[in-house]
Write a protein that binds this ligand. Structure first.
Ligand code: EPU
Length: 337
């Protein structure tokens, strides 16, 4: 028997702290509950919203369906000569997994220290920071396929991971419940310290040959200096993706705006959205209950009583301004419900 609650505030279940309500709410602590929850939703013709820690979602208004918080826990490992296969249940805290792996001498995710959210949410936006992406270590994702009504296993290639994107944001959105994620980590340290902000901070500490632990500590320190703690200032990390433009547009932009931060990619040029926002005057700007962070202009803050419309209106104003100033389209990074 599922004890589904009704009319539950989601404020404590989303790090943007929007006080919206779920018509039905259930916290799943056992994977076997998942098919039954979808049966319930199908019987009542309800949409389903899956939540991890709610750290990459904007629930802009009350949700008239069933919200399922995924609270599945457990980590298992399979050791090989040089590598280790780590399988973690979807509800595990991502940073806790990074810490546990480091403690056991399993390397490869130390650059992803302190990213908020759960393990199950990590493949959805292919979390990435400081020169490493989940796709570098992901082996497979397991879960419940709502469409085919079966438990299944998607290999990395089937997850179609890209920059802040995956199949779970597209074809499998709303119809696949990630219950576990499998990673391949190394027992040998393979240091990745080429990300500029990371390199600079290591230099300041006079660390020339960092250990994985030092990488994790330095990443955590850099993150803390720029990104606000959601428990103090409600936010969902970067609010916009770094936009891609053509090489031609990038060249023209650089002529008009010398100093513009640009990263050359195989398919074009990626711009730093944070730089665009800062130049356009959005850094530290507050409008009523919402604003853009003073240390990292890509982070939208709810100062306490914001509504979903406050958030989306600010996002629209910024998108229009960036388009008018630079001719560049910004897209919102977290999922908007
Ligand atoms: N910048 C500014 N002003 C700002 C912010 C950034 O000029 O207000 C400039 C920086 O000086 C730097 C460049 O923009 O030259 C990039 O800034 P930063 O290193 O802070 O990274 P980012 O591109 O703004 C991305 C990710 C972050 C991730 C960091 C580190 C996206 C949308 N964001 O931010 O991810 O932590 O790189 O790898 O790709 C997230 O996804 O929620 C997130 C926080």
């Amino acid at each position: 028997m599922l004890d589904i609650r009704e009319n539950v505030s989601l404020q404590e279940f989303n790090t943007l702290a929007l006080n919206v309500f779920a018509r039905y709410f259930f916290e799943a602590n056992n994977a076997v509950q998942i098919p039954a929850l979808f049966d319930f939703a199908d019987r009542h013709q309800l949409p389903v919203l899956l939540l991890g820690d709610g750290s990459n979602v904007v629930i802009a208004k009350d949700f008239s369906g069933l919200v399922v918080k995924i609270s599945l826990f457990g980590i298992s490992t399979e050791e090989h000569d040089d590598a280790v296969i780590v399988t973690a249940a979807a509800g595990e805290n991502w940073h806790q997994l990074v810490t546990t792996c480091l403690h056991n001498g399993y390397y490869g995710i130390e650059n992803l220290a302190l990213i908020p959210g759960t393990v199950g949410a990590a493949p959805i936006q292919n979390i990435g920071a400081y020169g490493v992406e989940l796709s570098d270590v992901l082996v497979s994702v397991s879960g419940w396929d709502r469409q085919h009504k079966n438990w299944c296993h998607l290999e990395k290639d089937q997850c179609e991971l890209a920059y802040r994107d995956s199949i779970f944001k597209r074809q499998k959105k709303d119809n696949f419940v990630i219950t576990a994620v499998t990673l391949k980590l190394s027992k040998q340290a393979a240091i990745k310290n080429s990300y500029q902000a990371l390199q600079k901070s290591l230099e300041q500490q006079s660390i020339t040959q960092p250990t994985p632990q030092q990488i994790a500590d330095t990443v955590a320190a850099v993150r803390k200096s720029k990104l606000p703690d959601p428990s103090e200032l409600a936010n969902v990390g970067s609010f916009f993706k770094n936009p891609m433009v053509s090489c031609e547009q990038a060249k023209q932009l650089l002529e008009e705006f010398p100093g513009m931060v640009q990263y050359s990619q195989s398919t074009g040029v990626k711009l730093a959205a944070g730089w665009l926002l800062e130049q356009a005057g959005w850094k530290g700007k507050r409008i009523g209950n919402v604003g853009m962070h003073g240390q990292q202009s890509l982070v939208l803050i709810n100062y306490g009583k914001a509504s979903g419309s406050d958030v989306l209106e600010l996002a629209d104003a910024i998108k229009s301004d960036i388009l008018a100033t630079f001719g560049v389209h910004l897209t919102i990074e977290p999922m908007v419900i």
